[in-house]
Design a protein around this ligand. Structure first.
Ligand SMILES: Nc1nc2c(ncn2[C@@H]2O[C@H](COP(=O)(O)OP(=O)(O)O)[C@@H](O)[C@H]2O)c(=O)[nH]1
Ligand SMILES: [Mg+2]
Length: 295
């Protein structure tokens, strides 16, 4: 019998460094939405990978988390709670940075100093850097954090991911699996349906609107050949509702089409998608509304 290793791997770092891209590469599925805008990820999302090496079986439970920021809204505080929770559980921390790091990571380092778990520091986006820049980053991180390992990768181009995986498996404790071996994530299907809609909103609108949107899937009814998905999109003001709709509803229709196509890929079935837009004044600042949205 091979020994079984299992553990939690927390992916943390500042916004936009490539945490969700890395998570999806490691899991081999697009579980986390990715956009070029900061603060796209709002939840802790687990991605589970089962496999074996020559001498052990393993279950790796990755957590993608929101980027670490100074909270300005109640929503941000809730997002940072997801980060803290994931750090508390971690057997290994993947601290993701990128080559644009401006050395203003004080708040991240403070959080990391509380964890006892080994930290692998990842310098992402090496595809955009010269060897000199990478060398400079490595020198910097050795001086300020001195992590167990430093690895340079490109999450986008799948460079260095193999080596990272090997390192993660080495650091996993011997432990029976935490989840059934056919489970891919801790989140239900409707969560992913809502996230896919949210990603399309991030991709189709400028600054303010995406941040003010929350998507709730109110029905997810699967039959043999089709899944019927009903969703509500919440914005904070009437003006945002108008922007979201666009002239004759054309813009929201585009979001719906893109979301439907991606859901069909993700769930492997035809999708019928309904979208309703609702206004919920200042929901990002109200604890009671955040509770209802699952934060
Ligand atoms: N060039 C390059 N871009 C990347 C890489 N990894 C992520 N990105 C881009 O960086 C942006 C933010 O990525 P995302 O995974 O959402 O970052 P997160 O906010 O840390 O989760 C997206 O536009 C990605 O396509 C990489 O290795 N190289
Ligand atoms: Mg993300």
């Amino acid at each position: 019998m091979k020994e079984h290793k299992a553990g939690f791997i927390s992916i943390v770092g500042k916004p936009n460094v490539g945490k969700s891209t890395l998570m999806n590469q490691l899991v081999g599925e697009k579980l986390s939405i990715i956009t070029s805008k900061a603060q796209t990820t709002r939840h802790r999302i687990m991605g589970i990978v089962n496999g074996e090496t020559e001498d052990s079986e393993f279950q790796l439970i990755y957590s993608d988390t929101p980027g670490i920021i100074k909270p300005q809204y109640e929503l941000h505080s809730a997002m940072m709670e997801f980060v803290h929770g994931s750090l508390e559980d971690a057997d290994v921390v993947l601290f993701v940075t990128d080559i644009y790091e401006k050395y203003d990571e004080e708040d991240v380092i403070q959080k990391l100093q509380k964890t006892q778990s080994p930290i692998i520091l990842i310098i992402n986006k090496m595809d955009l850097a010269t060897p000199e820049i990478i060398e400079e980053k490595i020198t910097h991180w050795k001086a300020v954090l001195n992590p167990a390992h430093i690895m340079t990768i490109s999450a986008l181009q799948n460079i260095g991911i193999e080596g990272l995986l090997e390192q993660v498996i080495k650091l996993m404790p011997v432990h029976p699996p935490y989840f059934p071996k056919d489970e891919l994530t801790d989140k239900p299907e409707r969560f992913f349906a809502a996230e896919i809609i949210r990603e399309k909103i991030f991709l189709n609108y400028k600054k303010e609107v995406p941040y003010s949107c929350e998507v709730v899937v109110t029905a997810f009814k699967e039959s043999d050949d089709i899944i019927r998905v009903s969703s509500e999109i919440y914005v904070e003001r009437d003006t945002q509702r108008a922007i979201l709709l666009g002239h004759k509803g054309e813009r929201i229709k585009k979001v719906g089409t893109e979301a439907r196509l991606e859901m069909e890929q993700f769930f492997g079935k035809k999708i019928f998608l309904e979208q309703y837009i609702k206004v919920e004044q200042d929901w990002r600042q109200k604890r009671i509304k955040l509770d209802r949205f699952g934060y």
